[in-house]
Design a protein. Structure first.
Length: 441
């Protein structure tokens, strides 16, 4: 018998029950302008950080420098014969605050192409890993392995002035973003395609080249999808786990390699970036259980009720902030309507949009019963042959790097301090409650 584990379990259960009772009675008590329930609730809704590149509104959705996704799909430069924006344009917008010209985006594409070299030791390290190691584990380790080339780390060791921190952070960030598609594609090909790799195509833009190196579909439509995917997943203000983690690590003056690797570890969690694969798995299980990929409304409704009765959630529905359908979901839906409206999985995704929200509203299950971005992503990727679910979060990570690193450059330029919130013990909170609720003498 493990006596340490047993004693911990007893203590943990007792404190959990005490805290739940305390929150039920005193959760709305303020301590230095913060509610006790927010302390215990993941700091939800506490305005306590600056994030320049994007802002999330509960009803309007994400805005990048004030532009909605719908506006960006029209305003940002595009590749020839493609309706979707180039991710390079969004990065420029997040960093500068202005919509770039075609010429500026072309320059950035070329600059990233020049910076896209990956150290040989990174590939050698990846080749030493088991092929079945989770792709996100490989991705985070690969990012960290490239830290040997960090400009920030080198200049800091040489005694760089604080006013120049942003310059070194910029160089690392640009190098990292440029190389990530190559690293991610290498991980994909070694894990799922028997180590048969595809060399980069120097004639392609950043997103299209990524699609090319993945090698699942060479159609122009898949390249368009990848440009859209990389654009809409790039940033979601600073409070989400991957953004906040990257910011926190960067606030210690760790270089972008350390910071982004930490952010990717947060993105790998089931409550964050892992959600896309959970949506697809749930839909495929439903198809298998029902014995058809064209289920009726009644069949889907019954399966949803079965899922909820088992104490599970409907993956892809609900969001910590949003109170309307996620604009990123809607952008992907528009893409599907243009290119693959007859795909059976896509049709199921659209049926879920009609069925799930009113059902969850009737049950009072979530504050936001609408679909988030993950509800549609997997169906599009599957259609074009990217069916390896565990890789989906790596795709997310390649995109999210643009947002968190551009924000990191701004944090260094604005000389943001080391992040250090104050913590309390449960005992200290109980003391505060006692003092606040005791009769005044």
């Amino acid at each position: 018998m493990d006596i340490l584990k047993h004693k911990f379990q007893e203590k943990a259960i007792a404190l959990y029950k005490e805290n739940r009772a305390m929150l039920s009675e005193h959760g709305n008590l303020e301590v230095d302008k913060v509610l006790i329930r927010q302390m215990f609730g993941g700091m939800r809704g506490i305005k306590s950080m600056i994030w320049e590149t994007s802002e999330l509104d509960a009803y309007e959705g994400i805005r990048f420098r004030g532009y909605s996704i719908r506006q960006l799909r029209k305003a940002l430069p595009k590749a020839k014969n493609c309706k979707e924006p180039l991710p390079e344009g969004l990065f420029w917008l997040m960093l500068i605050g202005d919509i770039p010209t075609d010429r500026e985006v072309k320059w950035l594409t070329e600059d990233w192409r020049k910076r896209s070299t990956v150290p040989d030791h990174t590939f050698k390290m990846l080749d030493c890993f088991p092929a079945d190691m989770h792709p996100m584990t490989q991705f985070s380790a690969a990012i960290l392995s490239m830290q040997t080339d960090s400009v920030f780390a080198k200049r800091y060791a040489e005694g760089i002035s604080k006013k120049d921190h942003w310059d070194a952070y910029y160089e690392d960030s640009m190098n990292l973003i440029a190389s990530l598609p190559r690293v991610a594609a290498y991980i994909y090909r070694r894990s799922f395609k028997k180590n048969k790799h595809i060399e980069p195509d120097p004639t392609l833009d950043w997103g299209a080249n990524f699609a090319h190196m993945l090698g699942v579909n060479e159609s122009p439509d898949f390249m368009s999808l990848m440009r859209l995917y990389l654009t809409i997943h790039a940033d979601h203000e600073g409070g989400n786990a991957s953004a906040h983690t990257t910011h926190l690590v960067g606030s210690t003056l760790s270089d972008p390699y350390y910071s982004l690797s930490g952010g990717m570890n947060a993105l790998a969690g089931p409550l964050h970036g892992l959600a896309t694969q959970e949506v697809v798995k749930w839909i495929l299980h439903m198809i298998e259980d029902l014995g058809t990929n064209t289920p009726s409304t009644d069949q889907i409704t019954d399966y949803i009720n079965k899922t909820l009765a088992e104490g599970k959630v409907i993956p892809g529905y609900g969001h910590a902030v949003l109170r309307q359908p996620d604009p990123r979901y809607m952008a992907q839906r528009v893409f599907a309507e243009d290119y693959i409206k007859n795909d059976p999985i896509v049709k199921i995704v659209w049926k879920l949009f009609d069925i799930v929200p009113p059902l969850l509203q009737d049950l009072g299950k979530v504050k936001n019963p609408w679909p988030n971005v993950d509800a549609h992503s997997g169906s599009l990727l599957m259609h074009y042959g990217l069916e390896d679910f565990s890789f989906y979060t790596v795709l997310f990570g390649v995109s999210r790097a643009m947002g968190v690193l551009s924000s990191g450059i701004w944090s260094r330029a604005l000389n943001m301090p080391l992040e250090r919130p104050k913590s309390l013990t449960s005992k200290a909170v109980k003391k505060i409650i006692t003092e606040a609720t005791s009769p005044k003498k």
